[in-house]
Design a protein around this ligand. Structure first.
Ligand code: FEO
Length: 173
């Protein structure tokens, strides 16, 4: 059983995870339009991860007797000045998601809803990795600058990312 305020906040976050999937799907489309297939593939895998995050919230809300209510999803940006700008947006977005998770933890703790606090711990840990991976790519893209060779190599590297759980998947996210 959860309070209506916690139920509302969990549903709001479910929407944010769906929006995250939408943001990354739009970035994949941007990279495909630039023929950066490796970048696009990375973003498609990230889209799948965000959908999985949303599903975790969906299942949890039901598990604690809440009601899942889906809301409208905002339109994501569909163009970027550069691959670097896209990844900077991704990093900023992940920082926002982290803040939203922290607020949820505060709310759950304020209500002494230990199950929700425990459920959210997975996301607290996940956000450390989400930010670290995006930050690493932003820094490397900034070193590459406008170099086509650098972008080519990066495209190849990002294209090697495999979905979590697939054969030979790495921790690279
Ligand atoms: Fe589900 Fe990238 O936060």
């Amino acid at each position: 059983m959860i309070s209506s305020s916690l139920e509302k906040a969990l549903n709001k976050h479910l929407n944010l995870e769906l929006y995250s999937a939408y943001v990354y799907a739009a970035m994949a489309a941007y990279f495909d339009s630039k023929n950066l297939k490796g970048f696009a593939s990375w973003m498609k895998i990230q889209t799948g991860e965000e959908m999985a995050h949303a599903q975790k919230f969906y299942a949890y809300i039901n598990d604690v007797g809440g009601r899942v209510v889906l809301d409208a999803i905002d339109k994501p940006a569909d163009d970027y000045k550069s691959p670097s700008a896209a990844f900077k947006t991704a990093l900023d977005h992940e920082r926002k998601v982290t803040k939203a998770i922290y607020k949820l933890v505060d709310l759950a703790q304020g209500e002494s809803h230990h199950a929700t606090t425990t459920f959210l711990q997975w996301f607290v840990t996940e956000q450390v990795e989400e930010e670290a991976v995006a930050d690493d790519i932003v820094k490397r893209l900034s070193m590459i600058g406008e170099s086509p060779e650098g972008l080519f190599l990066m495209d190849r590297e990002l294209g090697a990312r495999q979905a979590a759980g697939s054969a030979g998947s790495s921790t690279a996210k």
